[in-house]
Design a binder for this molecule. Structure first.
Ligand code: SF4
Length: 215
C-alpha cells in the first residue's frame, strides 16, 4: 500500500526523502537526522539536492516522517513537485553574479504539483560555471551580470545533451513566467515517457522563443 512520504525499497526497507529547495538544512532537522543515524538509518545526500533517509522499518519510517515534519523538514510526498538544484551563488561564492536561493525557492513554491508527461529537472546557477549543471537540465537558469540566461532541453542518461540557450530574463517574476510557459509547452506537446529534450529538438529556436515570449 502506498503511504505518502514513504518510499519502499528493493530490500524490503523503507525510505523517505527531504527536499531542500533553498539548499539549506536547519538545526532542528539536523538533530533529528543525527538521532536517526545513531539509530542505524543510512543518511544519503542525493545528487538532486535532497536527503534520503534509508534503511528503516515501516514503523520507524512513519515515526521518522512525523519527527522530521515536526522539525520543519519538507518531505517529498509525490513525484510531482519541482525542486530545482542550485549552487550557493551570491553572497557566498566569489565567482557568483546572481543570488540563486530566492529563485530556486520561488520555483519550488510556485509549482508544487505538476502533472507532466515525464520527469523534468530544473537548475539554477549563480554564474556560467554552472556548478548545479543548469545548462544540462530540462530547464536551466544561469546567472549573468543583468539577470539569468535560460537554457532548455538538456539531459543526462544514455544519450546526454546540453541545453540550448533560448534567451534571458531579468528578474524573478519573469523566471516564473518562463517556467510556467515551459511546463505548459511540455504538457501540450510532450508524450508519456519522452523527455522534454525531444520537443526542443523538434522545434526551431524562433518557435521556442515565440512560445516562451523570449527573444
Ligand atoms: S555556478 Fe558560479 S556562482 Fe555557482 S557555485 Fe559555481 S562558480 Fe559559484
Amino acid at each position: 500500500m502506498e503511504i505518502p512520504g514513504l518510499i519502499p525499497q528493493k530490500d524490503g526497507s523503507w525510505a523517505l526523502s527531504i527536499e531542500l529547495p533553498e539548499g539549506k538544512i536547519g538545526a532542528e532537522v539536523l538533530k533529528v537526522l543525527a538521532s536517526l543515524a545513531e539509530g542505524g538509518a543510512f543518511i544519503h545526500p542525493t545528487t538532486a539536492q535532497k536527503i534520503m533517509v534509508l534503511g528503516l522499518r515501516k514503523e520507524e519510517a512513519l515515526k521518522a516522517l512525523e519527527r522530521l515534519e515536526k522539525a520543519g523538514a519538507r518531505i517529498r510526498k509525490s513525484g510531482k513537485s519541482l525542486q530545482p538544484r542550485t549552487c550557493v551563488g551570491l553572497p557566498f561564492c566569489k565567482l557568483a553574479l546572481q543570488e540563486t536561493f530566492p529563485l530556486a525557492q520561488a520555483i519550488y513554491e510556485a509549482f508544487p504539483r505538476e502533472e507532466l508527461p515525464h520527469k523534468f529537472k530544473i537548475g539554477v546557477s549563480g554564474c556560467p560555471a554552472c556548478c548545479s549543471w543548469a545548462n544540462t537540465l530540462d530547464l536551466g537558469f544561469v546567472g549573468v551580470r543583468d539577470g539569468f540566461k535560460v537554457y532548455l532541453g538538456g539531459k543526462g542518461g544514455y544519450k546526454p545533451r546540453l541545453g540550448i540557450l533560448v534567451g534571458k530574463i531579468g528578474d524573478l517574476s519573469e523566471a516564473l513566467e518562463v517556467t510556467r510557459r515551459v511546463l505548459d509547452l511540455f504538457k501540450e506537446k510532450g508524450a508519456k515517457k519522452r523527455r522534454f529534450a525531444k520537443i526542443v529538438e523538434n522545434l526551431s529556436l524562433e518557435e521556442i522563443q515565440q512560445y516562451l515570449g523570449l527573444s
